[in-house]
Ligand binder design. Structure first.
Ligand SMILES: Nc1ncnc2c1ncn2[C@@H]1O[C@H](COP(=O)(O)OP(=O)(O)OP(=O)(O)O)[C@@H](O)[C@H]1O
Length: 287
């Protein structure tokens, strides 16, 4: 099991990122995600969640000294134990070929962690006889999750990839993630729009809006601000809090067609801040 140099803390200090076309990905982000926490990144489409996760994963070049993961800059020094599961992972074509589950799990190092592999296969209700060209989307997603999680990560950066799971599988998967942080030194940052079965799951909530962090705190403190009328809508307290945030954000931003930010060398919607680009996009990808 990889040993972190320092506890699994994610620190972000005044991080801004502009795409080569000058549109703003994130702006002036500061965060301190404590070890063994489970943080939910919440925000409307385009709020900057994926951009932030990719920066944290070292997949895009962040300005020096703006990100520290377990005390290390994730772009400069690759750190074993940081797992990022996002769209690229989902779109990897290998999982659509005529290949078996055991072969796939072996290819990602599953044989080194037989107990974990068996645990994930059981948890995700995977039939190891499946051939990947002949499974459903949800079945494929289960195998991808097992592949991504079988090596014991220290930091898990999860960009919503549970959409194809049925409700029960997703609930069990979330419980397993929670147990992981309770049993060992690891930390999760999870961007999602799906709040089902998440009540009681997050330790921290981050509310993102137009590339910035609007609010960020312990989940219990934030949920305590939700008024007592909750229950009449059928939403959970978390659902109600998030709906309130998104309504406010929409009011502030206005229609997307009128709030386009960061084109033609200008950055709109972030207090007029102008952020520098880093040139050719291809140079910003590490992997
Ligand atoms: N490759 C890119 N080039 C230019 N702009 C981009 C690129 N990727 C994202 N953006 C812009 O950056 C902003 C943040 O996008 P991001 O994908 O981080 O949002 P998100 O919160 O993950 O959204 P969603 O919930 O829809 O996945 C958006 O305004 C988006 O248009």
């Amino acid at each position: 099991m990889p040993k972190p140099v320092q506890p699994p803390r994610v620190e972000v200090n005044n991080l801004s990122y502009t795409f080569p076309d000058y549109s703003t990905g994130v702006s002036s982000i500061s965060l301190d995600v404590p070890p063994r926490s489970r943080t939910l990144l919440i925000g409307a489409n385009g709020a900057g969640k994926t951009t932030l996760l990719r920066l944290l994963a070292g997949k895009r070049l962040a300005p020096a000294k703006t990100i520290s993961i377990c005390g290390v800059d994730p772009f400069q020094d690759s750190l074993e134990g940081v797992t990022y599961l996002g769209l690229e992972w989902v779109l990897n074509p290998i999982v659509r070929t005529d290949i078996g589950v055991n072969e796939l799990l072996k290819s990602v190092g599953g044989d080194a962690y037989p107990e974990r592999r068996e645990e994930l296969v059981a948890l995700l209700d995977i039939d190891t006889n499946w051939r990947m060209h002949a499974v459903s989307d949800g079945e494929r997603r289960r195998v991808q999750l097992a592949m991504g999680l079988v090596r014991p990560w220290i930091i898990l950066l999860l960009d919503e990839i549970t959409v194809d799971l049925d409700v029960l599988s997703r609930a069990e998967f979330l419980d397993w993630l929670k147990r992981e942080t309770e049993l060992r030194e690891c930390t999760i940052v999870y961007a999602t729009h799906i709040l089902d079965n998440l009540a009681g799951w997050p330790t921290h909530l981050v509310h993102m809006h137009m590339g910035t962090i609007k609010e960020w705190d312990e989940a219990d403190k934030m949920l305590a601000t939700v008024d007592a009328t909750v229950g009449t809508t059928g939403n959970s307290r978390l659902g109600e809090l998030v709906m309130g945030w998104l309504r406010e954000d929409l009011k502030e931003r206005g229609p997307r067609s009128q709030s386009r930010h960061g084109t033609e060398g200008k950055t709109y919607g972030f207090g007029g801040m102008q952020l520098g680009g880093y040139g050719d996009e291809s140079k910003q990808f590490k992997k």
